[in-house]
Design a protein around this ligand. Structure first.
Ligand code: AMP
Length: 282
């Protein structure tokens, strides 16, 4: 595995690969790798002949007072995990590589509407930061495929929409959420949980499963059940930011004849803001 720190070197290597008829898959991450990331890498290796994993903690997707400064980082252990998966390149740019003119005057990409609801409403500017950095990574790597986890379902849709709108010739692949045995979605931010909070955290997925059963009986039942489900979670000391039933394709409010839904949730548990979701096809 090659470690590459500079965009220009990545450009050179992927051009060589292309000349030799390789296909390329990119897995963008913020590091602190867990089995959720590894599941994306394994799929990338199936899809393409060369795999690039990027590690970059992107400052412009964090709001003021969020955890940019304290975001968990462990590059050496990440590299070992990537070696084991036989990744071809780990791309670890610094800030100057991705924001050569600095972050304040940098070009921003905005995907309207879908970026402003749910997580976007509670984290203004977050998805613009995500879309911008992913556009840069796609430009730097020119992959055939880029893989994203549906754990961050709204992010996955924002990226799909951006790539479609900007005519970027990369196929965006979304993969299922990897979970702990007790149902908690794997996340680098689970490290922020205390021992007691960690035991409580699986209630989030349990609540999504309960909501999913209710929707299977009839989607209109969700609104009546929602407050009770929120109360249950809050009784465990969580603060529910949102708990919403949406149309799976674009997160719009579902119409009466809707068949394909996603329930999305964001909660605060101690210092951790945790998100999760569950898809339902009727
Ligand atoms: P992050 O490092 O948190 O920015 O995540 C990098 C990629 O891994 C994103 O596409 C995430 O959606 C994906 N990812 C994070 N957690 C999981 C998980 N539990 N299961 C599947 N994919 C995940």
């Amino acid at each position: 595995m090659k470690s590459i720190l500079e965009v220009i070197k990545l450009n050179r290597l992927v051009s060589e690969w292309r000349e030799n008829n390789n296909t390329i898959a990119l897995v963008p991450t913020m590091g602190s790798l867990h089995s959720g990331h590894i599941s994306l890498i394994k799929e990338a290796k199936i899809l393409a002949s060369k795999t690039v994993v990027s590690i970059f903690v992107n400052p412009i997707q964090f709001g003021r007072g969020e955890d940019y400064e304290s975001y968990p980082s462990n590059i050496e252990s990440d590299k070992k995990k990537l070696e084991k998966e036989e990744v071809d390149i780990v791309f670890i740019p610094d800030l100057k590589q991705l924001y050569p003119m600095g972050i304040d005057t940098d070009t921003r990409i905005t995907v309207p509407y879908i970026s402003e609801i749910l997580c976007g409403q509670h984290r203004p500017g977050h998805f613009s930061g995500v879309a911008t950095v992913v556009a840069k990574l796609l430009a730097a790597c020119k992959p055939d495929f880029a893989l994203f986890g549906k754990k961050d379902y709204q992010q996955y849709l924002v990226i799909k929409r951006m790539v479609s709108d900007l005519l970027i010739p990369t196929l965006i692949v979304g993969l299922p959420t990897q979970r702990e045995k007790d149902g908690l979605a794997l996340s680098s931010r689970n490290k922020y949980l205390s021992e007691v909070e960690r035991k409580i955290a699986p209630k989030i997925y349990l609540s999504l499963q309960k909501a999913s059963e209710i929707i299977r009986i009839g989607p209109s039942n969700f609104n009546n059940a929602k407050q009770e489900l929120i109360n249950e979670l809050e009784a465990f000391g969580m603060k529910v930011e949102y708990f919403e039933l949406r149309r799976a394709t674009d997160l719009a409010l579902p119409k009466n004849d809707e068949k394909s839904f996603v329930i999305l949730i964001a909660v605060w548990l101690g210092k951790a803001r945790l998100i999760d979701n569950i898809a339902i096809d009727l």
